[in-house]
Design a protein around this ligand. Structure first.
Ligand code: SAH
Length: 364
């Protein structure tokens, strides 16, 4: 049993079953035993590999997109270049390198990182050595100013709640105890205003997920962008609307039981873009349509960049470069599994590369 498992079991014994969101938050962010607090989960030796760790081209394309938005919005002489959940800081380093090629842009950029893990802040400090960086605990702590914000695989790490529809309402899935073991169970069903709109497209027995923290953060970002200008680009594994149980645990690139060893595996859930887009629009910003990562990267010019980089490579380095390009863009790899959404002010042109949202604001 991990130390964290003992701590969670004692809490459940004293207070009763806990929501999945409380379990997930403890496992990921407990200051001593939490997953992100204790390790560097990225890369071949870790539990998962993210797009910026696969190739520099990912950050370069997003940097080009931000550069076009900066020019389209009148080249503000000071802006926040921000990232939430920056991992190792690789994406920010690649973006920073690209915008340094745009006259005036790097000098105008103030770097702000929102990161919960003290351990990963240390890794980010090393990756971004030589740059002046401000760290924050929460998006609410960012200073005012035009906000150019990236979030890659951030929303999928936020705690979700799950509900199973029954004939009498919605039963919340909870983590309880059976002997010493953690087990999933259901609270008694009750009507739930929050999910009233899902009665039309679900059947009894189906599971629906919500991520209250994600919609709050989406609204806070969009409020800022509507007021101060800028753009937010969100990239994540997921789809338009929640369908079924997507709660999962990864350990050394293998899927494992999410209750088996709390704190030692990465816990995630698919990101639903519909509630994020709705929150952003309600906050007064515009949104793009949900656009597949592969399509976005192709439109931003990744193939030309891949060819230019290939000129200098040979042998296994060339092979892995070609594989990285394929992995990021191909529909059978990350190209379709990962989706993107842009948030921008109503009076600004849409950022390049994204599909325009249909009139209804829904998914095309
Ligand atoms: N964007 C990076 C890392 C993704 S992993 C990449 O693409 O490689 C998720 C990141 O979000 C980690 O840096 C983790 O520490 C951070 N994180 C998770 N929950 C957070 C929260 N509530 N607030 C701030 N950062 C959080």
């Amino acid at each position: 049993m991990t130390l964290l498992a003992g701590l969670i079991a004692r809490r459940i014994a004293a207070e009763g079953p806990m929501r999945l969101s409380d379990y997930m938050a403890l496992c990921l962010l407990h200051p001593e035993h939490g997953y992100y607090a204790t390790r560097d989960p990225f890369g071949a030796a870790g539990d998962f590999t993210t797009a910026p760790e696969i190739s520099q081209m990912f950050g370069e394309m997003l940097g080009l997109c931000l550069a076009q938005v900066w020019m389209d919005q009148g080249r503000p002489s000071r802006f926040l270049l921000a990232e939430i959940g920056p991992g190792r800081g690789t994406l920010m380093a690649d973006v920073r390198r690209v915008i340094a090629r745009v006259p005036g842009m790097a000098d105008a950029a103030e770097l702000h990182l929102v990161e919960a893990s003290a351990h990963l802040r240390g890794v980010q400090r090393a990756t971004l050595a030589g740059h002046s960086v401000h760290w924050h605990d929460s998006i609410r702590d960012l200073p005012e100013g035009p906000l150019y914000l990236l979030a890659n695989e951030f929303f999928d790490a936020l705690p979700i709640r799950q509900f199973q529809r029954s004939d009498d309402g919605w039963a919340e899935r909870q983590v309880g105890l059976k002997g010493d073991a953690l087990v999933l169970g259901l609270a008694p069903p009750a009507p739930l205003a929050l999910l009233a709109h899902r009665l039309a497209d679900t059947h009894p027995g189906e599971i629906v997920e919500i991520c209250p923290q994600a919609t709050e953060i989406a609204a806070a970002i969009a409020t800022r962008i509507a007021r101060d200008g800028g753009v937010a680009i969100w990239i994540d594994y997921g789809g338009w609307i929640s369908r079924g149980d997507t709660f999962q645990a990864l350990h050394h690139h293998q899927s494992v039981d999410p209750l088996a060893a709390p704190g030692s595996a990465d816990l995630t859930a698919h990101v639903d873009f519909e509630p994020l887009a709705r929150a952003a629009r309600r906050a007064g910003a515009m949104t793009s349509a949900m656009t597949p990562q592969g399509v976005l990267l192709e439109r931003l010019g990744i193939t030309g960049r891949a060819q230019a980089l290939a000129q200098k490579l040979q042998g296994t380095a060339l092979e892995s470069h070609i594989a990285a390009h394929r992995r990021l863009t191909h529909p059978a790899e990350m190209g379709n599994l990962f989706q993107t959404l842009a948030v921008f002010p109503a009076d600004a042109p849409p950022p390049p590369g994204f599909d325009p949202a249909p009139q209804s604001g829904g998914h095309p």
